[in-house]
Ligand binder design. Sequence first.
Ligand code: 5GP
Length: 205
Amino acid sequence: MENKKGLLIVVSGPSGAGKGTILAHTVEKYPNLKYSVSVTTRAPRAGEVEGVNYYFKTVEQFNEMLKKDAFLEHQKVYDNYYGTPVDKVKEQLSAGYDVVLEIDVKGALDVKNRYPDAVMIFISPAKRSTIEERLRGRSTESEEQLKLRTDSAIEEIKQAVFYDYIVVNEDARQGAMDIISIIEAEKCKVKNNKKFIDDLIYGGK
Ligand code: 5GP
């Protein structure tokens, strides 16, 4: 039951929902899943590594890429630009890998419009209070940025209804298992196995 092309998985969720940790566990447990590294104009946070967390670019470099149509989608999120490099995603999907984009809600809806087969997963914190606690714990943002991110988190949660699945982050490892279950269920969908069925019927073996 093999899919030639991998699945395109889109993951969003408010800041402080713990998306990063869940996805790190998911990729570790499920090597067929590749994390798409985005381009951003935001400054690196402590511990972030070029090419691992993001490709860090200037606004000029970002605009150059935009002109060259290098993004599958792009958005301004808070005061910075973010974009998904299209070439790598296409290459990995064609090679049979599943690819996960960790992007904001607006970018996610753009992807869904362009690729209706994309699997949309929303990661939510278990409690409202967790959002601010996590953001404070990270303590990389100013008070003003913190308020902006907390307010937008609530706005983002309203968009969860446009997603296919919600994963509640009570425990990052369980969250990763939930994502893997979703991927495996998607791979078993009849619509993703049409070729297999045709081969059984008409393959003559
Ligand atoms: P952060 O600055 O905390 O890393 O990310 C801020 C927001 O931007 C998060 O919601 C994250 O998912 C989103 N984001 C990261 N990369 C991309 C991207 O390539 N495209 C879009 N649309 N959003 C992104």
